[in-house]
Design a protein around this ligand. Structure first.
Ligand code: CTP
Length: 405
């Protein structure tokens, strides 16, 4: 997933990061960076084996505080083995070796990290990394099953070539994925079990073999909304037009190209959803196609090219027309003029519960921008203007707002 889609409002939250002895230990440094970027406070413990691969100084220099090593080190708090259990909201071990996994499964407490894990009653997340043969070993499988039964969250390793050259499952999951799962454990689960459908990105309407009609939408606002809903426990299904953003691995995704494909996918999914949120910049019109081949310049005379367009379905309006009483619908309005009047008309016409309007021609707002300044109108008549905010923050506030109406 793209880490810049994550909500950054975790001020006051604390994660304790355990690092064990794997070649992937250096990746834990990026995890510290990512957590600090989300305004999470971080402390860390390196096992003796981890300290052979990376140094405590790297973690301290980045801002992890405190950084623990061996038990009974001079000057250490004698209760350091209980510290994270008292202070951390989440304890994450990444990378987690086969040996550490086995220790945690059995409740051993023979070094600083295993004591801290045993004494931590809150959420525990493990990101294993090891040789594929060790990952596939029956003992490891039993340990994994035991930990999962106990409610421990695992971010499973990926497959590929590992350090020794073997190929298989055992590579540490991408740091971005681990970061996403830690942030999910830090987030309120107020959308737990809620089924959310999201459209995002542009659509492309094909003209010939090499040309299409589209718009500059990057899908960022929709991706931030999908990520925020997933962080807060929702089951999220995204129908995405062509865009390059990487969503969290827990988000279901259907990729489409044209408005008619998006319409078909959304119409199938809508009856099983609690909420739909349409952020896609759907092309309202599609050019009458020239054909499957490339249109050559020389078939066009002196007068230039005239293309006829047909109307595309209004996906959001269709959802509004078939909305049940137990479903909620959010729309967006991209406007260059009369923001409030146009948004209010769309709220009414498309039978929405909430509309988020943004001036697409203003600096720091609209297509491709990392920030958005929006006007929010809801069916109860409430109206709010939010200042220019990071889109991840706008997304978080939209879900807050919907919960209030
Ligand atoms: N929308 C949609 N299908 C369309 C057009 C728009 O689902 N064919 C949705 C968008 O995802 C957005 C909302 O409708 O949530 C408003 O889109 P916008 O482009 O602002 O307005 P339009 O309804 O297309 O009207 P206009 O172009 O006249 O402003």
């Amino acid at each position: 997933m793209d880490t810049d889609l994550l909500f950054r409002g975790y001020l006051g939250k604390r994660v304790h990061l355990g690092v064990t002895g794997s070649v992937a230990a250096y990746k834990a440094i990026d995890l510290v960076r990512g957590l600090l970027d989300c305004n999470v406070s971080v402390s860390a413990t390196l096992t003796d084996a981890a300290a052979k691969f990376v140094t405590p100084l790297s973690f301290a220099a980045l801002g992890a505080d405190p950084v623990y090593g061996a038990m009974f080190a001079d000057g250490d708090d004698p209760y350091a083995h209980l510290g994270p259990g008292r202070a951390a909201d989440v304890l994450a071990v990444a990378p987690c070796t086969a040996n550490s996994l086995a220790k945690f499964a059995c409740g051993l407490a023979d070094d600083m990290l295993s004591c801290q894990v045993l004494a931590h009653a809150g959420p525990l997340l493990l990101a294993p990394a090891m040789n594929p043969a060790m990952w596939e070993a029956p003992a490891t499988k039993e340990n994994v099953a035991r930990l999962r039964d106990r409610g421990v969250e695992l971010v499973f390793p990926g497959s590929g070539k590992v350090a020794c050259g073997d190929v298989g499952n055992g590579r540490l999951a991408p740091v971005a994925a681990i970061l996403g799962h830690v942030c999910r454990l830090l987030s309120p689960q107020d959308l737990s079990g809620v089924r959310v459908l999201l459209t995002l990105g542009p659509t492309r309407e094909k003209f010939d073999a090499v040309r299409f009609w589209s718009n500059p939408s990057t899908g960022r606002m929709g991706a931030c909304l999908a990520t925020a809903a997933w962080l807060r426990g929702a089951q999220v299904h995204v129908v995405a037009g062509p865009c390059s953003l990487q969503l969290p691995d827990g988000v279901a995704r259907t990729d489409v190209t044209s408005a008619r494909e998006m319409h078909a996918a959304v119409s199938d999914l809508w009856p099983d959803m609690d909420i739909a949120c349409c952020t896609a910049a759907v092309a309202d019109f599609r050019p009458r196609p020239f054909g499957e081949t490339k249109m050559k310049k020389d078939v066009i005379g002196e007068g230039g090219l005239t293309v006829a367009f047909d109307s595309n379905p209004d996906i959001l309006a269709g959802l509004g027309a078939s909305k049940r009483r137990d479903q909620r619908l959010i729309g967006f309005a991209a406007e260059t003029d009369d923001l409030r009047a146009n948004a209010a008309a769309k709220l009414e016409r498309k039978n929405l519960d909430l509309i988020v309007a943004n001036p697409v021609n203003a600096h720091g707002s609209g297509f491709g921008s990392r920030t958005n300044s929006v006007l929010v109108l809801d069916r109860t008549g409430r109206r709010e203007e939010w200042p220019s905010l990071d889109k991840s923050e706008v997304a978080w506030r939209i879900w807050d707002h919907l919960a209030e109406i």
